[in-house]
Design a protein around this ligand. Sequence first.
Ligand SMILES: NC(=O)c1ccc[n+]([C@@H]2O[C@H](COP(=O)([O-])OP(=O)(O)OC[C@H]3O[C@@H](n4cnc5c(N)ncnc54)[C@H](O)[C@@H]3O)[C@@H](O)[C@H]2O)c1
Length: 322
Amino acid sequence: MSVLVTGGAGYIGSHVVDLLRQRGEDLVIVDDLVTGVVERINDLPLLQINLADTSATPKLEQFMRDHAVDSVIHFAGRKQVAESVAEPARYYRDNVGGMANLMLAMEAAAVDTMVFSSSAAVYGEPTTNPVKEDTATHPINPYGQTKLIGEQLLKDARAAGWLQAVGLRYFNVAGAATPLLSERHALNLIPMVIERVLAGRAPRVFGNDYPSRDGTCIRDFVHVIDLAEAHLVALDQLRSGQPASDVYNVGTGRGASVLEVIDAIGKAAGRDLVPEIAPRRDGDPVAVVADVSRIEAELGWKSRLEVTDMVESAWDSWLATH
Ligand SMILES: NC(=O)c1ccc[n+]([C@@H]2O[C@H](COP(=O)([O-])OP(=O)(O)OC[C@H]3O[C@@H](n4cnc5c(N)ncnc54)[C@H](O)[C@@H]3O)[C@@H](O)[C@H]2O)c1
C-alpha cells in the first residue's frame, strides 16, 4: 500500500514526504512542478500532470491502481492571493477543478482516505480571537474561496459515503528542515523581511498603531516541521478508523507581533534592524491566532517549535538558496 502525495515537490508537501519516508512508507507523487522542485522527491515515482487537465482523472486512477495507493495527502494547489484576485478563473480551475478530478479518480480506484491542505484564509478577517474551527468562514479572496469549496467537496463526499477525510487549516507557515525543502518565494512576512534585509533595505511594517502590545499586527506562525507532523497524525487517525472532525486549525495558539518577528530576524542575521513604518494595509485584522484545542484534544498534536526556530532556519535556508 502506498500514500499518494499531490504537490509533494512543493514546500510543505516535501517536508511531509521526508517524514513519511523516514517511517518507511511507500510513496508516490503527483506534481506539475510549476512551483515544485524535483530534487526534493528525487527517486520517488512521479506523475507530472496538472490535476486540472481534462485528461487527468483516468491518468490519476491508473497511477493509483499501479501503485496500490490507499490514501492521499492533497497539497497541490496555487497559493498566491494576489494572483488569485487577478486570475480567479485559473484558481478555481486548478484548485477546485483539480481537486474534483483527483476525487473522481480516488472514487474510481476505491481510495477512500484524504488529508487536505486548507488554510486560515477560509476565515477571511475574523472578528473574534483566537479563531475556532466553528468561527464563521468568510473568505475575502478567490484563493480562500477555493479552500472553502475544497472543504465542502470533502464534506459532500463523506456524506455520499465513500470518503474519510480531514482538512487542515494552516495558519502562517514558516521555517524549513533543510535549505532544499525551504520556501523559495518571498510571499509571507518572514521571507519578505529577509529579502529586504539582504538587499540592504529596512524591513517594512504596515501600521504600528493597532490596539496590540506593540502596535503591530499579531499572527500565528507555525513551523513547517510541526505542521508536517500534523499531517501524519491526521493520516494515522483516519487509517485507524478513529473518529475525526472535518477540519482542524493548525497553529501554535500563540501570536507573534510583526515587530517581534523582525527582532528575531535581526538576531538571526546578527544585525540591528530598524523598520520603516508604512500606513496600514486594507483588510489586515489586528490579530489572527488559532485556537488549537481541537487538534490537541482529538489528535494529540501540539506545536513544539518557536518563532526563533522558524526565523533561524528561514534565514540560513534563504542564504543557501539565493
Ligand atoms: N505555505 C503556506 O503558508 C500555506 C498556508 C495555507 C495553506 N497552504 C496550502 O498548502 C498547499 C501547499 O503549499 P506550499 O506552500 O507547499 O506551496 P508550493 O507552491 O510550494 O507547493 C504546491 C505544489 O503543488 C504543485 N501544484 C500546484 N498546483 C498543481 C496542480 N493543479 N496540479 C499539479 N500540481 C500542482 C506545485 O508544483 C508545487 O510543487 C497549497 O494547497 C497551499 O494552498 C499553504
